[in-house]
Design a protein around this ligand. Structure first.
Ligand code: ATP
Ligand code: MG
Length: 218
């Protein structure tokens, strides 16, 4: 049971994909809001194996990104952390993930792929975008200062029939890059990501975090 779902019932299943390097409160708040607004049964956090768009960048190991994702989601009864993508070899494509999940759950699960609105403008050019449109509803969380017109235009221009629900997520300009910069600068991550995540990344010396401190400076 890849996601531990019950075959005997139907699900409205959120899938929160991302690199999660590291996971932060922006991801968690967006997922929680999608859960509420779209009346989802569960949100599965799926750290990407080898993210297609970050092949040129240094990315923390899947195992470590998964561990942080697990820690961040552990206390929420309707959040699940999944190894599905990190356990697959090679580059991870969302369309492959959705096709594999559809084979596993042919008719009892409706997929809601949750993503930032910034990613929506790009999703039309992702590999097998037409399959993504066919297999999942999209939930686009707007980031502060983001103009939705670009997302609308990109989808309209693609000619693909994406079913997109736009969610306005309360002001959260948090990004993983911002967290990594803060760690490198010796600044605290408090209130930006759960403390368990901060503890883990210090313990493992990720992003240049000193191993002898528990997430605070000085
Ligand atoms: P990076 O800064 O390294 O690009 P990131 O913060 O964008 O990291 P990702 O793992 O790349 O995190 O993003 C995973 C998904 O979460 C993407 O769909 C992204 O658009 C969305 N997302 C990221 N940050 C937020 C946020 N603060 N609010 C809502 N959605 C977000
Ligand atoms: Mg990003």
């Amino acid at each position: 049971p890849v996601l531990g779902l019950d075959e005997g019932r139907t699900y409205r299943l959120g899938i929160m994909g991302g690199t999660f390097d590291p996971i932060h409160n922006g991801h968690l708040v967006a997922a929680e809001q999608a859960f509420d607004d779209l009346r989802l049964d569960l949100v599965v956090f799926m750290p990407a194996g080898r993210p297609a768009f970050k092949l040129d960048k240094r990315v923390t190991s899947g195992e470590e990104r998964f561990a942080m994702t697990l820690l961040a989601t552990a206390d929420n009864p309707h959040f699940v952390a999944s190894r599905f993508e990190i356990d697959r070899e090679g580059v991870t494509y969302t369309a492959d993930t959705l096709r594999l999940l559809r084979e596993l759950y042919p008719d009892n699960v409706e997929f809601y792929f949750i993503t930032g609105a910034d990613a929506i403008t790009e999703i039309v050019s992702w590999r097998d975008a037409a399959d993504i449109a066919r297999l999942a509803h999209l939930v686009a969380a707007t980031r502060p200062g983001y103009d939705l017109d670009r997302a609308w235009d990109a989808i309209a221009a693609s000619g693909l029939e994406f079913d997109v629900t736009y969610l306005s997520v309360p002001a959260l300009a948090i990004s993983s890059s911002y967290l990594r910069e803060r760690v490198e600068a010796g600044q605290s991550l408090r209130y930006l990501t759960p403390d368990q995540v901060t503890g883990y990344l210090h313990k493992h010396g990720l992003y240049g975090a000193p191993r002898n401190r528990y997430g605070h400076t000085g």
